[in-house]
Ligand binder design. Structure first.
Ligand code: FAD
Length: 453
């Protein structure tokens, strides 16, 4: 994988940023070509099954064929005919994008890359027998299995699954709940309150909830002026990503509209009355009645509840029983040999993000091909991650990091000098502006073409 050319501390910022953003648009493709040209040991005829055709699984299936060739038979098992991107789905809430614009076909995987798609969901995995059972009754055998099912949501705060579907949508999986939340926001009137709650990390897309708060505030301001009110109740003790950008957005760009409260405990929501109650960071009881509530539910690997398919296969081994532990050189399960887990379902210490899921897909595909050829995974993988955050309907910021494998801790760590002197945190954009918003479109199109095209 290629490293991005990052802005250097002290370099002229605009020039450095231009250079870096150009690299970001091309970085995905450049990384792929580079890795694809690496000389490989011949892979014997092999069968790889990939479960889940989202950001991680689609990328893995594509690159297994690109790098492995016709010797490697790749079957992708996926329940939905099309993929609806969660990335950019916050822009649907104010009408800046449609859900239809976020739908992606998987036809290229079949026609250009020779992946076989089985439209079904996986019901069970038999790791010892190297096979799995699909919802259409068919059984598939594999030499290596890659699992990428994304996340599922736990009803919390006194809400039921029906509340989330009909009254208080989390909309953290793009689809019907996104449309429901858009309608709830559209119905808000002057003086009404919108409440957004953020679960304890780890959750999918660390900057996503703060981005959503900004976009809802921006949309409400355009309709209701200063009468708009967005209350953000965060179970975390601080902003989880881009703290400088979002701190500025809350205190300056959307001052007087966004009311951000970190360190919230004991959250309780009554979907029928709209009453939201919590204990604040100082231990005092608080409550408010809201006209629209968006409780982002706590998350876990899809299939990880006791008795569900991933858990029955023995893959869920994190201390909290929610995630699949993996070796970060190959994404092979730490509990079940021969099975690899990528994307949001894996416990990696990396942000649960689409750009990262794409990178994990490639790293895993590369490792699986090396293992099938009798070799070992790359001992020093490097991943890049970029993420744009719209702050208004026409401006955005960005966040980026380069992660490098650290053999001592067996973790992925932010590479030294990642545009900062401390090297410990991702780099944030110095500006929130329209140019970033424009480049966000290029980044998104490139990422999606790389995963599905
Ligand atoms: C509002 C929002 C904004 C975001 N913005 C960004 C952003 O700006 N940048 C960024 O990098 N990331 C962003 N993300 C995060 C990103 O969308 C996820 O991290 C990414 O989609 C994870 O990829 P995945 O492949 O693990 O899961 P998914 O993309 O969710 O794919 C999982 C797939 O598995 C399939 N599946 C599940 N179970 C089964 C089964 N039993 N059998 C067969 N198939 C199955 C599903 O149908 C789905 O297609 C955002 C997320 C949200 C919610």
């Amino acid at each position: 994988m290629s490293e991005l050319q990052l802005p250097l501390p002290g370099a002229p910022r605009s020039k450095a940023r231009r250079r870096w953003l150009g690299a970001m648009g091309l970085g995905l493709a450049g990384g792929l070509l580079g890795a694809g040209l690496v000389a490989r040991a011949a892979v014997p005829p092999s069968r790889v099954v990939v479960v889940g055709g989202g950001m991680a699984g689609a990328t893995a299936a594509k690159y297994l064929r690109l790098w492995g060739g016709a010797q490697v038979q790749v079957t992708l098992v996926e329940g939905s005919a099309r993929y609806t991107s969660h990335i950019m789905s916050n822009l649907v809430l104010g009408g800046a994008r449609s859900l239809a614009s976020l739908e992606f076909e998987r036809r290229s995987l079949v026609e250009r890359h020779g992946v076989e798609i089985r439209q079904a969901t996986v019901q069970s995995i038999d790791p010892a027998g190297h096979s799995l059972l699909c919802s259409d009754g068919s059984r598939l055998a594999w030499d290596r299995l890659i699992v990428a099912p994304g996340v599922d949501f736990d009803p919390a705060y006194g809400l039921t699954a029906e509340d989330y579907a009909l009254r208080t949508p989390h909309a953290w999986q793009a689809g019907a709940q996104t449309e429901l939340l858009r309608a709830r926001i559209a119905a808000l009137a002057a003086g009404d309150t919108f409440v957004l709650t953020i679960p304890k990390a780890p959750y999918r897309c660390p900057p996503g909830p703060y981005e959503r708060a900004c976009l809802v505030a921006d949309h409400l301001k355009s309709r209701l002026g200063s009468a708009a009110r967005v209350l953000v109740l965060d179970e975390n003790d601080a902003i989880q990503a881009e703290p400088e950008t979002f701190g500025h957005a809350f205190d300056v760009v959307h001052a007087g509209v966004i009311d951000y409260r970190p360190g919230v405990r004991a959250l309780q929501i009554d979907a029928a009355t709209g009453r939201v109650a919590w204990t604040d960071a100082l231990g005092a009881a608080q409550s408010v009645t809201a006209q629209a509530i968006n409780p982002i539910a706590p998350q876990r690997a899809r299939g990880s509840r006791p008795g569900e398919w991933l858990e029955r296969a023995g893959l869920i081994d994190s201390a909290d029983g929610r995630w699949a532990g993996v070796d970060l050189l190959s994404y092979e399960s730490t509990a079940v040999p021969g099975v690899h887990v990528i994307g949001d379902a894996a416990q990696t210490g990396l942000p649960k993000a689409g750009h990262i899921a794409n990178q994990e897909g490639k790293t895993c595909a590369d490792a699986v091909l090396r293992l099938l050829a009798g070799g070992s995974p790359d001992p020093a993988p490097v991943l890049n991650s970029a993420c744009y955050s719209p702050i208004t309907a026409g401006t955005a910021s960005w966040l980026t990091a380069v992660y490098q494998y650290d053999p001592a801790s067996r973790t992925m760590r932010i590479a030294a000098g990642n545009g900062r002197t401390d090297g410990a945190r991702p780099t944030e954009s110095a500006r929130i502006d329209a140019e970033n918003f424009r480049r966000m479109g290029t980044w998104f199109d490139t990422l999606m073409a790389d995963s599905f095209g």
